[in-house]
Design a protein around this ligand. Sequence first.
Ligand code: ATP
Ligand code: MG
Length: 648
Amino acid sequence: MTTIAVKDAWKAGTQITEADYEAWYARSVSDPDGFWREHGARLDWIKPYTMVKNTSFEPGAVSIRWFEDGTLNLSANCLDRHLETRGDQTAIIWEGDDPKDARHITYRELHADVCRMANVLKGMGVEKGDRVSIYLPMIPEAAVTMLACARLGAIHSVVFGGFSPDALGGRMEDSSSKVLVTADEGLRAGRKVPLKANADKALGIAAKAGHTVEKVLVVRRTGAEVAMEGGRDLWWHEERDKVSADCPPAEMSAEDPLFILYTSGSTGKPKGVLHTTGGYLVWASMTHQYVFDYRPGEVFWCTADVGWVTGHSYTVYGPLANGATTLMFEGVPNYPDAGRMWQVVDKHQVNIFYTAPTAIRALMGAGDEFVTRSSRRSIRLLGSVGEPINPEAWNWYYTVVGEERCAIVDTWWQTETGGILISPLPGAVALKPGSATKPFFGVRPELVDAEGKVLEGAADGNLCIADSWPGQMRTVYGDHERFEQTYFSTYPGKYFTGDGARRDADGYWWITGRVDDVINVSGHRMGTAEVESALVSHPKVSEAAVVGYPHDVKGQGIYCYVTLMEGVTPSDELKKELVAHVRNEIGPIASPDKIQWAPGLPKTRSGKIMRRILRKIAEDEFGALGDTSTLADPGVVDDLIENRENRK
Ligand code: ATP
Ligand code: MG
C-alpha cells in the first residue's frame, strides 16, 4: 500500500504541522473543556459562554449541550462581522446551469439580501422557533433564506429540490412548517423542474396529513407561469422591494435549534436530524479552516446541493463563517459535457474542490480527455465525502485531476455529526489512498465487536464515538426516544455510527462501509466495499455494487451489479474475466457468485447506492422495497428487477 508522505501531500506549507496535530489532538481529548473554551472563541458571541461541555451518553439520559449559557447570532457571524474587513469581497460566486450564467455577490450585498429576506419572512408571521421549509434549486436565494431564518431564530428544514411532492409533504408535516420558500421552476442539465407545481401538491399532502402550511414565498428563477394562491402565495421579488435592508439579528442561545435536516435514507426512513447554533457553527467553521487548510481570499467549491448536510456545512455555513468565497453550482457534472466541473474550476479560479466519489467515478468513466483539456492550475486541494472512495478512484483523482500536486482529504462524517470527524489535515497527516486517516480534534473514535467489547490496536469492527463533540446532533426532531434508540442503545454509553471501520497498525482509520453491508461468506466477514473496489479496478468497469444473498452452502453468496465503461459490450466471457479478476485481487473467498449487468444503480438523490434495494432484488424479494422516496431514478430499479439473476 502506498503512503504519500506529509511533505509530498502538502508542498505549499500549512497552518498545522504534524507536531501541532499531535499536541492539539492530545489536549482536545484529555482536556475537552479547556480546548473548546479556547476554540469556541473563534465566533463572535453576544454574551460569552462560561460553561463549555455538558454532555452525557448515559442510557436513558442522553443529553448534549455545548457553550449553553452563551448567546450569539449565526447570521451575524457569517455576515455582519465581515462587513468592515471584507464587505466588498465576493461571498458567493453563483454558477448557473447554463455555462453563460454566473453572478458574484459581495458580503455587503448578501447581508442586505438576508436582512430583506428576514423582514419578508417576519411579515409572513415567522417568529423565533418557527419552522420554515426550503425547497429551492441551487440559487443564491437558498443560502439567503437559510441565513435569514438564522437571523430571526427560525428553524430551517431544507428539502432537496429534486425530491417528489410526497417527500416534501411528509417533511413539512413532520416539522410542522409554518412557511415554505420555493421557486417557480428549477433548472438542471437544461431541463425544467416544476418546483412550484410540486410544492402545491406537497402542500395538499401535508394538509391531508393534518398540517396546514400558512404561507408560501416563491422565488422567480425561470419566469414560468405558475399558479399563485391569493392570501397564501407571495413573490419574493415583489416583497423584497417593500422591506428595509436592515434587520437586527436575534440574540439566540447556543443551544437554540438552527436547523432540521432529514438524512439521505440509504438505510431506511429518513431521520429529522436537529442541530443547534453555537456548537454547530464552531464545528463547521473550524473543520472548514483546518481540514481544507482554507486561507483568506481563496475560492472554495463544495459541489454538494444545500439539500444535504454537506451543502449546509461546507457550501454555506463553514465558508461564510470564515469569510471565504464560496461557489454555488446550479447544474450537474456532465452538462453540457463531462468537462463541466473543470471548466468551472478554470473560469472561477477555484482553489479548493470538494466532491463525492459517485461524481469522481462517473467522470473517470467518461474519459481523461474531459479533464486534461482544462488547466486546473488554481486547484491546490481536493476533497471527497459521502462514501468510501475506492483506491482506483482515489488514484485517478490524485493523478489525473490533481496531477499529483494536490493532497486529497477523504472526509468521513454524517448528517448527524454536523461536520467532518475523520480526515487528514493536509500537511499534518501522511495520506494513504482509501483511508480517511485520523480523527479531527476532540473526536474519539472506537472500534467495538458485536458484543460491544472495545478492540485495541489494529482491528476491524463497528465504529463508535466515545464522547461528544460540539457539532453533534442534539436529537431527532420531536422524537428524543428515537434518537437514543438509534444511536445510543446498540452500545450503551457510546454513539454508534452504523458504519464499520478498520484501524491499521499506524492508527489510520479505514471506513469499510455500513455495518448492514457486511457479508459473511463461509464464515469470512467482508465489507462489500472491498469487492466493489476490486471490480472497479478492472479497466472495463465503471461502477459496481455488491450485496449478499442467502446461499445454501456458503451462508451468503456474493451478488454483484456491474456498470461497464462507455462502449464496452457485456458478454459471458467478460463475466468470467471479472470473477477471475476479483479472485486475483482479494482471493478465492471473494469470488462473485452472480454478476448482473446494471446500466444504472439505484442511488439516493445525493448519489449513494441504496444497497438495501439491491439486496431485495438479489433475494428475489422485490415486492417490499421499503421507503424509496429518496431514490434518484426509480426507473433503474425496474430494469434491475427485470434482469435479475436469482429467479425463484
Ligand atoms: P440514512 O442514515 O438515512 O440511511 P445516510 O447515512 O446515507 O442515510 P448521510 O448522513 O448523508 O445519510 O451519510 C452519512 C454516511 O455516508 C456515513 O455514515 C457513511 O456510511 C457514508 N460516508 C460519508 N463520508 C464517507 C467517507 N469519507 N468514507 C466512507 N463513507 C462515508
Ligand atoms: Mg446514516
